[in-house]
Design a protein around this ligand. Sequence first.
Ligand SMILES: Cc1cc2nc3c(=O)[nH]c(=O)nc-3n(C[C@H](O)[C@H](O)[C@H](O)COP(=O)(O)OP(=O)(O)OC[C@H]3O[C@@H](n4cnc5c(N)ncnc54)[C@H](O)[C@@H]3O)c2cc1C
Length: 257
Amino acid sequence: MPPRAIPGRGGGAPGGAPGPPPPRGGGGAAPPRGPRPRRARRDGDDAVLELDGGDEVRGDVVVLATGRRPRTAGLGLEEAGVELRADGAVAVDDRCRAGDGLWAVGDVTGVAAFTHVAKYQGRVVADNILGRDRRARYEGVPRVVFGDPEIAAVGLTAAQAAERGIRTLAAEVDLPEVISRPWTYERDPRGHLGVLADADRDVLVGAWAVAPQAGEWIHLAALAVRAGVPVDTLLDQVAQFPTWTEGYLQALERLDR
Ligand SMILES: Cc1cc2nc3c(=O)[nH]c(=O)nc-3n(C[C@H](O)[C@H](O)[C@H](O)COP(=O)(O)OP(=O)(O)OC[C@H]3O[C@@H](n4cnc5c(N)ncnc54)[C@H](O)[C@@H]3O)c2cc1C
């Protein structure tokens, strides 16, 4: 049976970076809103969540997620002229400047709680301190769940694009059906990939993949989203056979342009 997942919240990480879509290919269990989970147990292959009121939710696994928040209280930051947001994050401008001669990078900025974002902001700050004017941009930041298989996504979801008034085209492929790599990589091939294009600008605005090593090859789409590469250019790529990357070409060709 393919992995089942509770559908994602779709809202995503702090700073507007959207979360990856749920894996395809399974029914999924709708997250109950209201009753509180009381206990989790195994029942054969099922993970069972017992809820207040006696109801149960069954799935393959129970995933527990928790949050983190900036610890900025009591440090005297306000006295140093640093503005704190309502959630405690240090307010920074697009150069990651928090005040005169003050800079902030990483989770404390509340932009997107990822190591790669913290490292990127560090490079932006270093350049600015060295006198090179550089501004941070957060389009095309990949986000990966390092499960088995990996779940990777970049850019907007269809719902987020709709909220911004972007007219989109979407296409999705079953990777074992359209490329060879799943068959050379696994005994039981699996994987899906989807692309989302801005129908008017004809550029990729989002992509996701659920497959082995998706956290590696999502970067092809990440660069395309970040750089606004035209879909025609992406369609003209020559991807090595047999690689996972070939899946992008297959999905892009299915866009109803
Ligand atoms: C379980 C888990 C898994 C994760 N997996 C990934 C992943 O796979 N990929 C990814 O990109 N990101 C991942 N992240 C997020 C990633 O860890 C953070 O985005 C990243 O560490 C942010 O770096 P940072 O330097 O801003 O903060 P941190 O790494 O949290 O460093 C902040 C440091 O400041 C210290 N500190 C806090 N308050 C004070 C104080 N008042 N005085 C002195 N020191 C203080 C803390 O102890 C800590 O050492 C994960 C996070 C968690 C919790």
